[in-house]
Ligand binder design. Sequence first.
Ligand code: COS
Length: 379
Amino acid sequence: MDFALNEEQLELQQLVREFVAKEITPYAAQMDKENHMRDELVPLAAEMGLLNVMVPEELDGMGLDSVSIAAIYEELGKGCAGVATSIAANSLATLPVMIAGTDEQKQIWAEVVNNGGMAAFALTEPGAGSDAGGVATKAVKDKEAGTYTLNGTKMFITNGGIADIYLILANVRKSGGIRGLTCFIVPKGTPGLSVGKKEDKMGIRPSNTCELVLQDVVVPEANRVGREGEGFRIAMKTLDSARPFVGAIAVGIAQAALDCATKYAKERRQFDQPIASFQLVQGMIADMAMKVDAARLLVYKACCLRDEGKDFAKEAAMAKCYASDVAMEVTTDAIQVMGGYGYSKEYPVEKMMRDAKIMQIYEGTNQIQRLVIANKILY
Ligand code: COS
């Protein structure tokens, strides 16, 4: 397994690094404060080809391999994990269609995200988070009309208020349970689909996180992705694929915090010398650097396995879990190195610490990741 980025990947990484330095980092604090991603960013990200990385080339998408996507998301995560989350949600929502969609569904979906459209993956509900099988949104089939009618409420949906197309999970069984879970494509503007409360979050504030209300939303049978009852398996496969990318964003946050603390330690003078000359500070920086590198290697390992078509579910969970724990630890330590300045909004590390926290929670809590890892090892 070769973890070195090839020339093409290095070029792409450099392009995204420049994009982040120009269009994201200078606005990160402002977007955090305003709880809003600057409007120019979506068209700019589309122009850069960041919204359709998961769409294959034959459908005019970027068709990138997982390692390249991870390299891109790490760069985005360095600039602002909120923006990275919003952009990565396009991949998350695209995955179920690419995994189980018909050629026509793939084409319809690709058309949207290839043309600068945002997408949202709507699984979570007020009563269904870790327990994905607990989805209460119902889909009732009308055989004669060839339609399904969806009713329910989704919660904490990334891009919920700005998406042009939604992948929504609903249950076709009255009694619920994972065997009734089914995926549906629902375009923005479908009658009965409305955007509810927008979350006022602790971190990743530029990413739009909203409630979605489905009230008698009628979709044609042609919008069902996969078979009835196949939704749980599709969702699990989707989450397996998306987890290393959460890990990549977390690595980006951690690397940015480490860079910030390192620079500060060399500049900040106490007792007539830079604090970088103190061994206790050096120890913290060394520990932070080891963790960031180890997290990145786990992310790349999961991505390489996925690209090689091998089983990667355990490594995906490890990458997501370890990298997000590292992001939390490293951002906390970066603030410690920077003392009162680190705690102040004058420096970006306090935002990074707030952003890091969600990485341990979303797309499967780290408790769920540990369950997945243990199950893969034990059974
Ligand atoms: N890929 C394909 N199929 C999978 C799968 C995977 N990664 N994981 C489970 N399945 C299948 C199983 O093979 C099983 O199928 P059969 O019943 O036909 O044998 C079925 O799904 C149920 O599997 P299992 O019994 O392991 O499911 P559990 O109900 O125990 O749930 C966890 C497993 C907890 C791991 C799962 O619910 C989960 O990942 N939850 C977290 C969801 C999440 O990330 N939520 C965040 C919001 S979404 S952004």
